[in-house]
Design a protein around this ligand. Structure first.
Ligand SMILES: [Zn+2]
Length: 264
């Protein structure tokens, strides 16, 4: 055991292949005597060295390896020898290298964590962009349909006269397949929590107005409403009307129409 003590500090250097000359010969001679203690320690040190080889910056060392390295480093640091390395001691640069590897691997673990957060953020941004794109595509589809209704000569033009003389005239175009598009400019903004609602007045005597879509003009007073699926066919509809209603719309008109226009 006493003999082994003198070799202890050489074993890691031996395992790293950094031991030569007299020290190496002496240690190998000692190993040749069949000391199982030293043989085992060499085996462990070689395992440690083999693990170091896998310490590429992106690799995360096992906790066990980190523990072992820290333990070894602490043991080394507690010995005054580290301040003034002897000829036979493990060179300081080697431990500096090991320490650098540990710092590097801890840093890379930290970086991996940061990277995961960044990937998460990037995914969220991508999802937001996709949502935005989908919204734009929907808006584009609506705009396309509106344009088709407005430009198709088969559409029926329905002027909607304002009941208030100051109200601008609105215009609707009704395409038997594509639906109704209502447009207007300088439309006064309804009060807060109020909307404009479109109604279809059926030809059938005594039939109640059929509720359609609601909207508010944009801040510039521009109004564009697309009704893709009108609740009644054009041939069965006598007139279109627009009333002001509470937000969410009504099942029956609760105010007198602001605009009215006869169909056909
Ligand atoms: Zn021994």
């Amino acid at each position: 055991m006493k003999i082994c003590e003198q070799f202890r500090e050489l074993i890691q250097a031996y395992a790293l292949g950094a031991l030569d000359g007299e020290d190496r010969a002496a240690f190998e001679a000692h190993l040749a005597t069949g000391c199982s203690d030293c043989a085992k320690t060499v085996e462990e040190a070689r395992w440690l060295v083999s693990q170091l080889a896998y310490l590429a910056p992106e690799a995360t060392p096992s906790d066990m390896l980190k523990g072992r390295l820290m333990q070894t480093l602490r043991a080394e640091a507690s010995q005054p020898r580290i301040a003034a390395p002897s000829k036979t001691g493990i060179p300081f640069w080697m431990w500096a290298g090991v320490a650098a590897l540990i710092v590097l691997s801890l840093y890379s673990a930290l970086e991996a964590g940061r990277l995961r957060v960044e990937i998460h953020d990037a995914n969220e941004r991508a999802a937001a962009i996709l949502r935005e794109r989908q919204q734009l595509q929907e808006q584009l589809a609506v705009a396309k349909r509106e344009a088709m209704i407005v430009t198709d000569p088969a559409s029926v033009k329905i002027p909607l006269a304002g009941q208030d003389p100051q109200a601008p005239q609105l215009e609707a175009k009704w395409h038997s397949q594509l639906g109704i598009c209502v447009m207007g400019h300088n439309v006064p903004m309804p009060a807060a929590n109020r909307v404009l609602q479109l109604w279809l007045i059926p030809k059938a005597p005594g039939a109640k107005p059929m509720p359609s879509m609601t909207l508010r003009p944009d801040p510039d007073g521009k109004l564009v409403l697309l009704v893709s699926n009108p609740p009644e066919s054009m041939s069965e509809t006598k007139a279109l009307a627009i009333t002001e209603e509470p937000e969410g719309g009504s099942l029956q008109p609760t105010t007198t129409p602001r605009w009215v226009g006869g169909v056909g």
